[in-house]
Each structure stands twice: as structure tokens, then as C-alpha cells.
Ligand binder design. Structure first.
Ligand code: ATP
Ligand code: MG
Length: 539
């Protein structure tokens, strides 16, 4: 059984109602796409792909003041990156002439009129959910007069907001959207594609269904908040006399726990410098997630798991993380990196001693083979892996304890140095002979295994550990009160020498730490944490 949209499409095809499936993704180019849009694209493109149809990317660029070319380019890039094959890239603004003609047609049919009451008055006359609206004094203005005024609006005779064109539907409709909504407004603004050709612009609710009708969209798929607008959309396409009016079907939007899913608010974060641009790896934008190291396949998997339904719900962010973690667990090469280093000196090896150990590059994939990694008498280990005063059940290093250095030897800790602030600077240990990995007879038992890097052959690198941008809601509504002050932690780390040639975006599992990939923007050696190792979500 498919989802409810697939059922509708299959029925329409079986009954011959439609021959070709044509879908579109219709973003407004007023910001970058986010993970919610990935869900919409996965459905829009997914349906066209599954039923051998056509998928278009159409920019809903009917609102000139908020749109920018940068967003158009970024959106195209993101849709392609997500794996959708775009048949045509279209712009709603290319239909402004047709929209204007259709508006004139509505006036001629007595179904639209020019109104010049103030915006405030119009708001007050709209009524409420329980009370009907009031009709404007201009509602029954003669057709000829509205035609003339609309022509003058277009010619630039009026200032912004002075006059509007309204549909003449029903001020008493229980659906407020049907209470004589505005179709066109005066706005003297420069349009990113149309320049200064127009000083009247169609409203979204009028433009959107016409765009779908012009393009012969077979199934207009969108999110549930547009359900109440559907009767209006149907009214417009019917009275504008389109032969094959499209039908709209609504699915639940994606809400993700601790994630901002509004372009407007994401833009605010960018504009206020609270993040490092739209592609900051903490951002839930496609560009941010891509820079973070998410892959199109992981996002697709996530979209499949959340499914398509009509019930609004909030998805756990752990589900998203489990998708990328599962993929990287199978595919990422392994490496060692010490994120908060302290020195470990091996006391029973000389200063000029060094050897090469062999480690599995990726234990899930034998074809990748083994790689050599250098080991000497001076190493770095994690600060957390040594305790002068160990807590109960501590399985790592403390004086007298034995642990295995991953892929190397079992060592026994013999002492440590502290600085004036009581911070441990150096730990001392000796190798227990005969315990080399792979040649060990098992007679010596280690409490635990810790990772390390060779201090004499390692690279300095910056590691950026990310947390969510938002703190848990805890009853707070405003995002501004929920900003997580610790969403970014920058660490001066030490990594295996091989990491100096890591390719941007190719992921590594840093043993015991998580999955990381090299940043695409920084020239230096900077690694972003994609996701931690710990799995909070079990499927
Ligand atoms: P925002 O409120 O963030 O600006 P939007 O809905 O206004 O988002 P559009 O550019 O109008 O953004 O969205 C294009 C398409 O993406 C619409 O069809 C919309 O239904 C869909 N969409 C937007 N947000 C989500 C979401 N969170 N989950 C699923 N689909 C979404
Ligand atoms: Mg929108």
C-alpha cells in the first residue's frame, strides 16, 4: 500500500483522469531551503519519478521586495544536490501578463472590483470566525469603473497601498479566505526578473493556483496550512476558465524537535550574525547540512522514514541523526584524533624509538585494507582518559591502572605531572612487553581501550563540535529565548598525520568520538562534527 498521495495518483491514472503526472516544487526565493523543504521535494519529485512524470522547479517570485537572486541560485543548487532531476526551471513572474489578463477577465465577469478603503478598514470589515464580514461600499462599483481603475493602477497612477483589486466572492463565507480577498496590490518595487515593468503585483493566493493551472500541474502537492485556501484556489482557476484545473492535496509539514523551520527566522539568525551564514553547519538548511557532512542519501532515507501523512506531529531529531550515523558507520574511514590532548610519555622506550603499526582503515570494508600509523615514545591522549583521582568504576588511566592503546600495546600508568593550576600536563606509563595488538596472548588484562596519536607525527587541527541551535522548548515559545549559547565548541585537537590530506566533506569516524568531515570553507585543517557516535534513537 502506498501513501495517500500515491493512492490518489494511481486512481487518477487508472480512471484516465490524468495521463501524465506533472508535479512541481514551488519555493518562494526569500531564503535558503531547509530540511522541511527536503520533505516536500522528496514527495513532489518522488511522485513524478515513481509514475514516469515530470517535475518542475518553479519559483514563486510574486513578491518583489523579499526576493533575491542569491536565493534562486542556492535553491537550484540544493534541489539538484538532493537528487531531484529538474525538468524545467520556471518563474511565476513570467506569467504576470497572463495573470493580469485573468484579473481583467474576472472584473469583466463581475467577479472582481477595485477597492480603495484603507487596509485597516478592510481588516476590521473582514469579520471573525464567528461573525460575517461587511461588504465594502465599492463592492458593487460598475464593471467599467473597476476596469478603468485597474488599468490606472497598472499605469502607476496610485501609490503603494492606495488601491487594490479584490475578488467578489462572499463576505459571509465561513471560510475567511473567501471573504473578497485581495488579488492585486500596488507596489512600486523593483523585481529581480521583471525590473520596473510592473507596479502592481498579484497576491500569493491568486497567483499560486494560476501558476499550477498554466503549467498543467496534475497534482498540486503542498502542506496542510493551505487546506483552507483550496476552495479559493478552486474558485480562481474555475472562474479564470482554465480547461484542466489542477487539484491540490495537502500533507503534514515536517516539524523537527529543537529545529527552526521558518525561512524568515533563519534569515534573522543570518542577518543578526548569530550564525556564520546560511550554510553554517548548525543551520537546518540544506546548505548547512551539506557543509556539516550530511548526504543526500541520508536525507532521503529520513524522508522515507517519516513518511507522508495528514497528521501534524513533531519528529525527533534523533531519527534524523540515526540516518546519517547508520550510513557513516558503514562507509566512513576510521582515524584517531585527540580532541582535548594531554601528553603521554612511554618510559620504557627511547626518544629516538618509533615504529609503524597497522590499523584497519574501515573495519566494515576489507577492500580498503590497512594503513600504517606511527607510534613513538611520546603520544597524545584525551584529557578525559586520565584521572589523578579516579571516580568509581573508572576504566581508563590512573596511576597503577592498565589500559590498551588502540591498535598498539597495553600500558601501565606510573605517574603524572601537574602545572601550577593543578591541571595534569603529562602522564607517564610503560609498555607491558608481549602485549602488541595482534600478537597478544591475552595473559595481561586491560581495563579499557583508549585512542591516541603520535605526538612526533601528528597534525594540529581545529575541531568544531556542534550542539542544537535551540534549547529544549520547556514552555518557551519565542526562539530568541531558546538560543543555545553552547551550540558551537571549538577545540584545538591533534590528529593522525593522514588527516592533513583529508578531502572536504569526506567523512571519518574519529574513534570513540563521532563522525567528522573537513570543512569546505576554511583553508586550514578544520573538521566539523557531523554527528556523535552515541545513538539516542533505536529503530
Ligand atoms: P517558510 O515559512 O520557512 O518561509 P514556506 O512554506 O513559506 O516556508 P515556501 O518557499 O513557500 O516556504 O515553500 C515551498 C514549499 O515547501 C511549499 O509547498 C511548502 O508547503 C513546502 N514546505 C515548507 N516548509 C515545509 C515543511 N516544514 N515541511 C514540509 N514541507 C514544507
Ligand atoms: Mg510560503
Amino acid at each position: 500500500m502506498g501513501n495517500f498521495i500515491e493512492e490518489i495518483i494511481e486512481k487518477d491514472l487508472a480512471e484516465g483522469k490524468v495521463k501524465n503526472i506533472i508535479t512541481r516544487f514551488p519555493p518562494e526565493p526569500n531564503g535558503y531551503l531547509h530540511i522541511g523543504h527536503a520533505k516536500a521535494i522528496n514527495i513532489d519529485y518522488g511522485m513524478a519519478e515513481k509514475y514516469g512524470g515530470t517535475f518542475n522547479l518553479r519559483f514563486d517570485d510574486t513578491n518583489p521586495s523579499k526576493e533575491e537572486e542569491e536565493y534562486v541560485l542556492a535553491i537550484i543548487d540544493d534541489v539538484k544536490w538532493l537528487g531531484a532531476k529538474i525538468d524545467k526551471i520556471l518563474y511565476a513572474s513570467d506569467y504576470f501578463d497572463i495573470m493580469y489578463e485573468k484579473a481583467v477577465l474576472l472584473i469583466k465577469k463581475g467577479l472582481a472590483y477595485v477597492d480603495d478603503i484603507s487596509a485597516e478598514e478592510m481588516r476590521l470589515m473582514r469579520g471573525t470566525l464567528n461573525e460575517p464580514g461587511k461588504e465594502s461600499k465599492n463592492r458593487n462599483r460598475p464593471i467599467e469603473e473597476s476596469l478603468k481603475l485597474f488599468e490606472e493602477m497598472k499605469a502607476g497612477k496610485y501609490g503603494d497601498g492606495e488601491m487594490v483589486l479584490r475578488a467578489k466572492i462572499d463576505m459571509a463565507s465561513p471560510n475567511i479566505n473567501m471573504r473578497d480577498p485581495i488579488i492585486y496590490r500596488v507596489l512600486h518595487a523593483h523585481h529581480h526578473r521583471q525590473g520596473d515593468k510592473w507596479c502592481i503585483y498579484p497576491m500569493y493566493d491568486f497567483a499560486h493556483p494560476l501558476e499550477d493551472a498554466i503549467e498543467n500541474i496534475s497534482h498540486s502537492l503542498c502542506t496542510l496550512e493551505f487546506e483552507d485556501h483550496r476552495p479559493l484556489y478552486d474558485w480562481f482557476v474555475e472562474h479564470c476558465e482554465f480547461e484542466q484545473p489542477p487539484h491540490q492535496y495537502e500533507f503534514a509539514r515536517l516539524n523537527l524537535e529543537r529545529t527552526i523551520m521558518s525561512k524568515r527566522y533563519l534569515k534573522k539568525l543570518v542577518d543578526e550574525g548569530l550564525v556564520d551564514g546560511w550554510d553554517d553547519p548548525r543551520m537546518p538548511t540544506i546548505a548547512g547540512m551539506r557543509r556539516r557532512g550530511y548526504t543526500p542519501t541520508a536525507l532521503k532515507k529520513f524522508c522515507e522514514l517519516i513518511g507522508v501523512s495528514k497528521a501534524n506531529s513533531e519528529v525527533s531529531v534523533a531519527l534524523l541523526e540515526s540516518c546519517i550515523r547508520d550510513e557513516l558507520n558503514a562507509e566512513a574511514d576510521r582515524a584517531m584524533a585527540v580532541l582535548e590532548p594531554i601528553k603521554l610519555v612511554i618510559t620504557n622506550r627511547d626518544g629516538d624509538y618509533s615504529e609503524e603499526l597497522e590499523v584497519d582503515v574501515n573495519p566494515n570494508d576489507e577492500s580498503k585494507g590497512k594503513r600504517k600509523i606511527s607510534f613513538s615514545n611520546t603520544l597524545y591522549i584525551e584529557k578525559e582518559d586520565f584521572k589523578a583521582v579516579p571516580p568509581p568504576k573508572y576504566k581508563r588511566l590512573t596511576v597503577g591502572a592498565k589500559v590498551r592503546l588502540k591498535g598498539a600495546y597495553i600500558i601501565e600508568c606510573t605517574g603524572f605531572d601537574k602545572d601550577e593550576n593543578d591541571e595534569v600536563t603529562t602522564v607517564y606509563a610503560h609498555i607491558i612487553e608481549g602485549t602488541k595488538s595482534g600478537m597478544d596472548d591475552g595473559s595481561v588484562k586491560a581495563k579499557g581501550v583508549i585512542h591516541w596519536v603520535d605526538a612526533k607525527n601528528c597534525v594540529d587541527m581545529e575541531v568544531r563540535n556542534y550542539d542544537y541551535l535551540l534549547l529544549p522548548a520547556d514552555g518557551r515559545v519565542d526562539f530568541a529565548e531558546r538560543m543555545n549559547p553552547e551550540s558551537l565548541k571549538v577545540l584545538s585537537a591533534k590528529g593522525e598525520a593522514i588527516l592533513s590530506s583529508a578531502q572536504p566533506l569526506s567523512a571519518y569516524q574519529f574513534l570513540r568520538q563521532g563522525y567528522f568531515c573537513r570543512d569546505t570553507k576554511n583553508a586550514g585543517l578544520v573538521f566539523n562534527r557531523i554527528v556523535s557516535l552515541k545513538d539516542g534513537y533505536k529503530l
